[in-house]
Design a protein around this ligand. Sequence first.
Ligand code: TYM
Length: 336
Amino acid sequence: MRIFSGIQPTGRKHLGNYLGAIRQYVAGQDRGESIYCIVDLHAITVPYEPSELSRTVLDTTAVLMAAGLDPQRCILFRQSDVKEHTELCWLLTSVTAYGELGRMHQFKEKSAQQRDFISAGLFTYPILQAADILAYQTDEVPVGEDQKQHLELARDIAQRFNARYGLTFTVPQHRIPEVAARVMDLQAPEKKMSTTGGTELGTVLVLDEPNEIRRKFTTAVTDSGRDIVRREDKPGISNLIEILAAARGIGPEEVEKEYSDAPGYAGFKRDVGEAVVGLLAPVRERYVQIRSDEETLEETLARGAERARRIASETLKQGRQRMGIGSGPSRAVPSS
Ligand code: TYM
C-alpha cells in the first residue's frame, strides 16, 4: 500500500497538525510505503516572506523527523524539487471544473482573509494538491478533517481523468483519525486550531516550551457547568476531552468516565496540559538537535526528491501519453 501526504512549511506547527496528521504519517511508516512532502509551492499562494521560505522548509523537515519520520523508512522531500508536480497539475486543470474550485471551503476561508489581492494560485491550489497525491499512485492520504473536501476533489479528478483518457491514476482514500481530527483553538473552541486564523494563547505549538504549554491549557476557555462530557453546548470541554484521549491513546468515552466525579475543570485542564507536555517535550528536544544540522537536512531532502522523482516521472509519462501530449509512439514525427 502506498501512503502520501503533504504539509505546509512553517516552523509553527501546532497540536492540530500533530494529532490530526503528523502522528499518522509516523504510523504510516509501519503500514506501507510512505511518502511525505513539504509543500513550498502551496505556501506561495498567500502573502509570504521569500527570504524565509527555504528556512521554514527546513524547520518543518526537522519537526517531522523529530516526531518520528525516518528517511530510511519513508521518502521525505520538498515539493518544488520534483517538477513533475507542477506539470501534472497543469494536465489536471483540464479535468477540473471551475465551479468545483469555487466551492472549496479552504478557498472561501483563505480568500476572505486576503485584504486586497486573491491570487489565482489560491483558487487552483486543490489541483496542485491532487497532482501531489496522484503523481504517486497513492492508496491512502492521512490528513485532518479540514482536508476532506480537497481529498474528495482529488478522487473526482482521478476518476474523471481515468474515464476520459483510460485507467491512469489510483483513486486515493483519505485517512482521517477517529479522535482529534479537528483540534479546536483553546481560546475560541468554535474555530479550528490554526497559526493563521487562530488566537496566540489558544494555539499550542509543537515547539512550545513545557511551561508555555501548561499555561495555554490552564487558561483554556471552558463552558458553564462542571460536567466533563462531550456535548454541542460544551465546545471547550469537548475539545479538551478529545485532546486528552488522543494524547493518551484511549477513547474519549474513557476520559469522560474517568472524570465523571471531578469536582470542577481545573484539575482536568491541568491533566490535559501534562499529557500534551509528555507528548511534545521529547519532540522539542529532538528538534533542537536535528535542526542544528542543516547539511544533513538538505541532503535528506535531496535524496528524498530523487526517489520521489523516479515514481512521479513514470506517472507523468503515462498521463502525457494518454492525453496525446508530446511525441508519443503513435505520433512519431515523419522522417523526411
Ligand atoms: P496544512 O499544512 O495546513 O496541515 C497539515 C495537516 O494538518 C492537519 N490539520 C489539522 N488536523 C486537526 N486539527 C487541526 N486543527 C488541524 N489543522 C491542520 C491538516 O488536515 C493536514 O493534514 N493542503 C494541505 C497540504 C497539502 C496536502 C497535499 C495534504 C498539499 N498537498 C497532498 C495531503 C495531500 C494543508 O494545507 O495542510
